[in-house]
Design a protein around this ligand. Structure first.
Ligand SMILES: [Zn+2]
Length: 100
């Protein structure tokens, strides 16, 4: 875990699972195959979509996130749209892939 991530975790309040305030993504790094768990916080990482632009239909939230694992320096770029229930409806990822 990077220093910045440690700092963010230290500053952020504890996350209660099932609170509906964050999304967990499991991402695999394309370079070293590391499995990286990413928590997207509703308050900081997730933006509301107000229609228009080029968002897909049904999209309520948008996330853009740069993800760095611990095992290599491959930076993964994630962009995704989520519906009102925070289900992923469309995503674009570079440098890695989403795994279940
Ligand atoms: Zn990696």
């Amino acid at each position: 875990m990077s220093f910045i991530e440690n700092l963010k975790n230290f500053l952020a309040p504890p996350v209660k699972s099932g609170s509906g305030n964050f999304i967990t993504l499991n991402i695999m790094c394309n370079r070293c195959k590391e499995n990286i768990k990413v928590n997207l916080r509703r308050t900081s990482d997730i933006s509301r979509v107000y229609g228009g632009h080029d968002s897909p239909s049904g999209a309520s939230f948008f996330v853009r996130k740069e993800i760095l694992g611990n095992k290599c320096n491959n930076l993964i770029y994630f962009k995704g749209y989520f519906d009102e229930n925070l289900n992923l409806i469309s995503s674009d990822i570079t440098g890695g892939k989403i795994v279940d």
